[in-house]
Design a protein around this ligand. Structure first.
Ligand code: KIV
Ligand code: ZN
Length: 499
């Protein structure tokens, strides 16, 4: 029997990018969009055009740069939003407007100060208005997870009648259980007269850790589009993760469902998104975590050596994890470096490439073989530093048993150099205090994560830092064989974003 197609709607650049501190500039968004196109997603939600001139511009530029996937822009059920989205999508080869309104009692009475009848009218008007600009209109019933099924069915029937091609049933607050969510989709399949004129979409949030389970339950019960983000990034606990849903559908063949995703590109795309958004992937994250395919207990190692399938349900190569991807050495030239970076999804100007090449040679002097992970770290560092207003000029630290750690830091801020010396409870703490003295921006370091890329003591250390300023979070990233330098650079990267 032929497999049914499930469409993959990627919202990394809209719902994913809403995470405070994870904002990308237009060039970075185009890089991600191109990687998503190569990955084989069907729809790219490129932004919420009315929300800011930056978002508007990104939707315009992504529309120009991308050929295959549908490009989608989000709106509220508001005329002006829809006009602005249509304008932003004017260069898209296959444009889609994604409009909608809340349908739960919470949203109807306590957010929109409205009533159920009026909401149905506003939903119909929004779809009809969007339809006057583009053929492909998706409607979302915000907080559908907590909406009453009978009322939800009434709204969905009305918007399909008005011309909606896709109806999105979001579990906005991540509240439902898989069985409930599946039953909701089945209810719509069975009770909305014209449901076969539209595709049902799932859009699940992960507040109770149920996003993937709910999405799969929705698909089993008739949904044929899944709204997902790479690495599951998104507001609060995140959205459904693309890689999990895709690999479930691929691995569990009895479901008889397939996507268009080239799974061998999953790992590279995951790391590109993590690097550009400065959002580390947790080590035990399903499919793309550093430990997802690492077997540490002796019994498991022995079992895998006897037959991989004893303990592995997925061949790591299927998702693009290839242990033997060591490719470059100190003798490799600029062209080889550029080529490899482009395979990993990075594009750089000649000047930025020169910086990376210098860093690459320095690293190759310290380390014999340069892996893809090393290159990603170097590229991520270059991306982080390229637009920053603060640069680390010099760093000197003195620490050791029986001494008080001291750091002297010199920073260049918009062309001027500043130096400070301070003590701390360790060399990083001392250096951070010196940076704080110079930058004078109130902030709190909320998270600090150092990871070695491979295993040796000559390895690159990647540092992710999360800081808080006036209730907003900012993320910083850097990498170096000197982890104190990387720690200071990552902190500066985060501080640069406040400035
Ligand atoms: O979570 C949600 O309800 C959304 C909609 C705007 C689609 O992101
Ligand atoms: Zn959402």
């Amino acid at each position: 029997m032929a497999k049914d197609r499930v469409y993959v709607f990627d919202t990394t650049l809209r719902d994913g990018e809403q995470v405070p501190g994870c904002q990308l500039n237009t060039v970075e968004k185009i890089e991600v969009a191109k990687a998503l196109e190569l990955l084989g997603v069907d729809v790219i939600e490129a932004g919420f055009p009315i929300s800011s001139p930056g978002d508007f511009n990104s939707v315009v530029e992504i529309s120009k740069a991308i050929s295959e996937p549908i490009i989608c822009g989000l709106t509220r059920a508001v005329k002006k939003d829809i006009e602005v989205a249509a304008d932003a999508l004017k260069f898209a080869k296959r444009p889609r407007i994604h409009t909608g309104i809340g349908t739960s009692s919470y949203h109807i009475y306590h957010k929109l100060n409205s009533n159920p009848d009026e909401i149905v009218e506003r939903a119909i008007a929004a779809v009809k208005y969007a339809k006057s600009f583009v053929e492909d209109v998706e409607f979302y019933a915000e907080d559908a997870g907590r909406s009453e099924n009978k009322y939800l069915a009434r709204v969905i029937e009305a918007v399909i009648k008005a011309g909606a091609t896709v109806v999105n049933i979001p579990d906005t607050t991540g509240y439902t259980l898989p069985e409930e969510f599946g039953a909701k989709i089945r209810y719509l399949k069975e009770n909305v007269k014209n449901i076969d004129n539209a595709i049902i979409s799932t859009h699940c949030h992960n507040d109770l850790g149920m996003a993937t389970a709910n999405t799969i339950s929705g698909v089993i019960n008739g949904a044929r589009q899944v709204e997902v983000t790479m690495n599951g990034i998104g507001e609060r606990a995140g959205n459904t993760s693309l890689e999990e849903v895709v690999m479930i559908l691929k691995s569990r063949k009895h479901l008889n469902l397939q996507t268009n995703i080239n799974t061998r590109r999953i790992f590279n795309t995951s790391r590109l998104v993590s690097t550009l958004m400065r959002m580390p992937v947790q080590a035990n994250k399903a499919i793309v975590g550093r430990n997802a395919f690492a077997h540490s207990s002796g019994i498991h190692q022995d079992g895998v050596l006897k037959n991989r399938e004893n303990y592995e349900i997925i061949d790591p190569k299927t998702v693009g994890i290839n242990e033997s991807s060591i490719v470059l050495t100190a003798r490799s030239g600029r062209a080889a470096l550029k080529h490899r970076l482009s395979i990993l999804g990075f594009t750089f100007t000649k000047e930025n490439l020169d910086h990376i090449y210098d860093d690459f040679l320095k690293l190759a002097d310290k380390k014999k073989d340069i892996s893809d992970e090393d290159l990603r770290a170097l590229a991520g560092k270059e991306e982080a530093i390229a637009n920053n207003k603060i640069h680390l000029v010099r760093l000197q630290v003195a620490s050791g048993k029986g001494t008080i750690p001291v750091a002297t830091v010199t920073l260049e801020i918009e062309g001027e150099e500043f130096t400070a010396t301070t003590e701390g409870n360790g060399p990083i703490d001392a250096a951070y205090s010196a940076v704080k003295l110079i930058v004078k921006k109130k902030n709190k370091v909320e998270e600090f994560l150092v990871q070695a890329i491979t295993r040796g003591s000559d390895d690159l250390g990647k540092v992710h830092v999360q800081i808080e300023n006036k209730g907003i979070r900012y993320y910083g990233f850097s990498a170096s064989t000197d982890i104190i330098t990387a720690s200071v650079e990552a902190y500066i990267d985060a501080l640069s974003q406040i400035i």
